[in-house]
Design a binder for this molecule. Structure first.
Ligand SMILES: [Zn+2]
Length: 323
């Protein structure tokens, strides 16, 4: 049995409809609280670490200023005296600029950050796989098609302080195709991991809906179409679920008129998961409660199970005369 969590960046509870989007709303869904960063809005950089740890940004330590500004190699050289050079407001804006305009390591904090800082995540203690989670990078040397597309957005996604929402695209329709390709590739990777039957927990992520939302303020039909298509992708993933599997769809914030909104959402095939979550902080505990309560165990996880299996193996070896 497997629990699949699909993190859909910027999935907005106000823009889903149970009739039109049965797979984005599943058997139950609700709006949940999110957390505002120092930039004044909810930040993807801070919130996915919050969702996988159950900790507010201050406690997991990946906060916008530190995470973007100081770890970025472009200005790392200046960081020793940057406190004097950059006032806080400029540091935050610079962080936002770096996020969308550089090839360097946005959201690329390695997974090793967590154990080296004594922080537990949802992946600990389970047969689990993490696919593209921002700031939980399992293998820093590899990237998939979503990573590649994100690195090469060029004129299709540029920061523009004068545009509604602060971004513009030279060709929103071409950009739409790229964003949906990103989401399709991540949906496919999640489906492969589920179909492998190797995991208790498969947690994947896509930024496609967030990106198209940022530039579709003047083309709202593109954002609407993205919801309709992603609903279909999640429907295909849902068709891979077997008896006892559960699917959870979760977001870090909403997005309307080109701007992040301060409302996230959760949907699940098991309504008890939805009932247990009222904020991004509570996602981890609710998923773990589900993992612990049912047998989502392709291989032995708990010590009691391990001991049981070990004694069984011992018995068999004894029967065969090896011990
Ligand atoms: Zn986000």
């Amino acid at each position: 049995m497997t629990i699949v969590v699909f993190g859909v960046d910027a999935l907005d509870p106000d823009l889903v409809d149970t009739g039109e989007h049965p797979h984005l709303t599943l058997d139950a869904h609700r709006s949940i609280e999110t957390i505002v960063s120092s930039s004044g809005g909810p930040s993807t950089h801070e919130l996915w670490p919050t969702i996988i740890t159950g900790l507010p940004p201050k406690e997991h330590g990946l906060v916008l200023d530190d995470g973007i500004t100081w770890e970025n190699p472009i200005i790392a050289a200046a960081s020793s005296f940057a406190d004097y050079i950059f006032p806080d407001s400029l540091r935050t804006r610079l962080g936002g600029w770096l996020l969308t305009n550089t090839d360097s390591d946005a959201f690329r904090t390695p997974a090793t950050y967590y154990p080296s800082n004594g922080i537990e995540t949802i992946f600990d203690g389970y047969e689990s796989t993490a696919i593209g989670i921002p700031n939980y990078v399992v293998d820093t040397d590899t990237e998939d098609r979503e990573h590649q597309l994100r690195r090469n957005m060029g004129e299709l996604f540029e920061r523009d302080p004068d545009a509604t929402g602060g971004h513009r695209s030279a060709d929103p329709v071409a950009f739409y195709e790229q964003c949906l390709e990103m989401t399709m590739i991540r949906t496919a990777r999640i489906r492969r991991a589920l179909r492998s039957r190797k995991y208790e927990l498969v947690f994947g992520y896509t930024s496609g809906l967030d990106l198209i939302g940022h530039v579709s303020h003047s083309r709202p039909e593109l954002q609407q179409r993205a919801y309709d298509e992603i609903n279909e992708f999640v429907g295909e993933l849902r068709s891979d679920l077997e008896e006892g599997d559960e699917l959870v769809v979760v977001s870090d914030h909403g997005l309307q008129d080109g701007l992040h909104t301060e409302e996230a959402m959760i949907a699940a095939t098991d309504p008890t998961i939805v009932e247990a979550v009222s904020s991004v902080i509570e996602v981890r505990a609710a998923v773990e409660a589900q993992l612990d309560q049912q047998d989502h165990t392709p291989t032995a996880r708990r010590e009691t199970d391990a001991v049981g299996n070990e004694s069984e193996v011992r018995e068999q070896l004894e029967d065969l005369g090896y011990m």
